[in-house]
Design a protein around this ligand. Structure first.
Ligand code: SF4
Length: 330
């Protein structure tokens, strides 16, 4: 009987986020400086076969859900081929994608055919000029076309739209996002701004909390909370009149670490046991040095056993990880 991955806090680990690149074609202010960041060299980045081998090994240890992220995963050349390699691995229950949507119109068909089962698209504003101001790309119409393109594939569900919530920006977006959630089949989720930005400009008072957003929404639309799935990151509500769903991911104001089941693999082959980890376990080095599956599994089990109980954002002495969001992949 295979021994499933558990940490020292008794949490079963079954969800893997895989960052396939640190590169991105956007420059979102809450993530990256306008000039971008020093990218990983080509040889530092895991090759498709290496990603597939590590994912397959991790699935053998009990991982069931795999989410592909970046940077922006669709900028990685040949990405649909990687999706197909991973979709062929027995034991993956859910193969998901997080994207900024800019290349979705081009790739939607190939991604659906390759085996992507669900998609989260990051859209922080539904107003073209404000979208441009925040992402430093005039791309909203193209992103919305991309969402429509993937929506044309009924095998890719659900489709969720994630908006990072920032004080003195997102308040002016609430009504439009409510209408968007109510007039489409896409679930909208607001995600609290986290101290993982490249500019290190995050401040606690820049966080617009889920509770504040929910209160503003309930002033116009009554909401009913839906049951929370185990290890879910979002609190999801439906509009009381039945028109759509809206969610809140509140890692800062309402941490959900108690039943965290997540692991992360970075584009350069480091295993991260928490979004805010200050430590990482190198898998690329041993893998390229010829380690067998048993040795790699030992490294993984050791790292998972040491998984942090929770993040310490807002606590005295909190230190953001040296790696920023674009190189972790959310
Ligand atoms: S902050 Fe870390 S422990 Fe908490 S939910 Fe996220 S990954 Fe899990």
């Amino acid at each position: 009987m295979r021994e499933l991955l558990h940490d020292a806090h008794g949490r079963r680990i079954s969800d893997l986020r895989v960052s396939v690149t640190d590169r991105c074609n956007f420059r979102c202010q809450y993530c990256m400086p306008a000039e971008g960041l020093p990218w990983l060299e080509r040889e530092e980045v895991l090759r498709f076969e290496e990603i597939a081998r590590l994912v397959s090994l991790l699935v053998g240890l009990g991982i069931e859900d795999v989410r592909l992220t970046g940077g922006e995963p669709l900028v990685r050349r040949g990405f649909p081929a990687l999706v197909a390699m991973l979709a062929a691995i027995d034991g993956i229950r859910d193969l998901a994608l997080t994207t900024n949507g800019y290349l979705l119109e081009r790739d939607a068909g190939a991604l659906a055919a390759a085996g992507v089962g669900r998609v989260n698209v990051s859209v922080d504003s539904l107003q073209r000029d404000r979208f441009f101001a925040l992402t430093r790309r005039d791309a909203l119409p193209r992103v919305l076309r991309g969402i429509e393109a993937v929506a044309a594939h009924p095998e890719v569900r659900p489709i969720k739209v994630n908006a990072v919530a920032m004080r003195d920006f997102t308040e002016a977006e609430i009504a439009r996002f409510c209408e968007f959630a109510r007039s489409t089949s896409f679930q909208v989720r607001f995600i609290e701004f986290m101290p993982l930005d490249g500019d290190r400009a995050w401040r606690p008072d820049a966080v617009l909390s889920g509770a504040e957003l929910r209160a503003a929404i309930e002033a116009i639309h009554p909401l009913e909370e839906l049951p929370r799935e185990p290890a879910a990151t979002a609190r999801v509500f439906r509009f009381a009149d039945g028109e759509g769903e809206i969610g809140f991911v509140n890692p800062v104001s309402e941490p959900f670490c108690a039943d965290c089941n997540r692991l992360r693999l970075t584009a350069d082959g480091k295993l991260r046991t928490c979004l805010f980890s200050l430590h990482e376990t190198d898998l690329r080095g041993p893998l390229r040095a010829g380690a067998d599956d048993g040795e790699l599994a030992g490294l993984i089990r050791g790292a998972v056993w040491r998984k942090e109980l929770k993040h310490r954002v807002g606590e005295p002495g909190f230190r953001p990880p040296p790696r920023t969001m674009s190189a972790i992949g959310g």
